[in-house]
Write a protein that binds this ligand. Structure first.
Ligand SMILES: C[S@@+](CC[C@H](N)C(=O)[O-])C[C@H]1O[C@@H](n2cnc3c(N)ncnc32)[C@H](O)[C@@H]1O
Length: 328
């Protein structure tokens, strides 16, 4: 057990858990310490594959959506306010105590203010740039999004919390415009999101198979709606772990650049290494990155031929060919 806000709240009696029944734990990071909760009553709800797998490996009952009844819930705040509200509304709908934990940078203070207008909030534990509190009751039905998602320009559907939920990402648009007219063979879109780039890739001549590899379950579910081409194959997977059955002819990617608010180029670099591993010797990687992100050196570590082939003031498009063998 560690000195977390949850540990302090339960230890001091500021928050009490229901004596029986399942406890839904929404969106914990893979390294979150849940040891203060009764493990056999916990249902972890986490759609991000690396975090999901971490809880499975620790022996927790783990899913991607609530199922059945719960006597209480613990919500870890997400960066997207609409998604955070949706989780709180779901949790409040179970009818028991709802514990909310979050960082200031993720908006815990404004969520606390909003919840106080609707429900009885208990003692607030403040520690480590975040807060934890519990509430009961209240009507949060207007925080529930439409389960069918919403339509955005271009005829796509998205749900709150997925990357670029309100429209096509400008970086992906620049990459799509730079892709060649022909992209033959087996292709993968690493970090396919709700499917914008995938749909663009499928318009190119010669594509025989397209693997959409995406770690966020909800985003991949949107991609299944947005990309109905029979050549598409959907993988709820960590791109860093995914291994295609047959080496690929091309990888196209707008890689993630953070897991928290700060930019973390390490993730993009890991995507470059993963792409090199998936490609056949004649295969090629097409990648978009914010201009300030230093990916060229990593690309040169894994590919013999790296070129900036297009871009604008904000984004650069790198094409990397001739993956080096034995480097990854
Ligand atoms: C910058 S977005 C690009 C999304 C999409 N290709 C588009 O153009 O709209 C990166 C995507 O990578 C996903 N992602 C993050 N980490 C991942 C991982 N380890 N494995 C697979 N996908 C991941 C994110 O959920 C997000 O959808």
């Amino acid at each position: 057990m560690s000195d977390t806000r949850l540990n302090i709240a339960l230890g001091s009696g500021a928050v009490t858990l229901p004596p029986e029944g399942r406890i839904a734990v929404f969106r914990p990071h893979g390294d979150a310490d849940l040891s203060d909760l009764p493990g056999d009553r916990v249902h972890v709800i986490q759609g991000f594959r690396p975090d999901h797998d971490a809880f499975v490996a620790s022996g927790y009952d783990t899913g991607v959506a609530p199922d059945g009844a719960y006597s209480g819930a613990l919500v870890f705040l997400t960066r997207s306010k609409i998604e955070a509200r949706a989780l709180i509304a779901q949790a409040a709908g179970f009818g028991g105590v709802v514990i909310v934990d979050g960082q200031k940078t993720d908006g815990i203070e404004s969520i606390l203010r909003d919840i106080r207008k609707r429900a009885d909030v208990g003692e607030v534990i403040s520690k480590a740039h975040g807060k934890l509190f519990a509430f009961r009751g209240g009507d949060f039905s207007d925080w529930q999004p439409d389960p069918a998602g919403h339509a955005i320009a271009g005829g796509f559907r998205t749900v709150p919390g997925v990357f670029s939920a309100d429209g096509i990402d400008p970086g992906s648009a620049v990459l799509a415009a730079a892709l060649p007219a022909r992209l033959s063979g087996r292709i993968a879109d690493l970090g396919a999101g709700w499917g914008f780039l995938a749909r663009e890739i499928l318009t190119r001549e010669g594509v025989s198979q397209l693997h959409l590899i995406e770690a966020e379950h909800a985003a991949l579910a949107c991609a299944r709606v947005n990309v109905t081409d029979a050549r598409a194959q959907f993988h709820w997977a960590d791109a860093l772990q995914f291994a295609p059955d047959v080496p690929l002819d091309a990888v196209v990617s707008n890689p993630p650049f953070h897991t928290s608010r700060a930019a973390e180029p390490a993730i993009g670099r890991a995507f470059i290494a993963a792409a090199a591993r998936m490609l056949k010797p004649s295969g090629k990687l097409w990648l978009v990155a914010n201009r300030h992100l230093p990916y060229e050196a990593e690309a040169a570590l894994h590919f013999l031929d790296v070129q900036e082939v297009a871009g604008d003031k904000r984004f650069k498009i790198l094409a990397a060919a001739k993956p080096r063998r034995g480097r990854h």
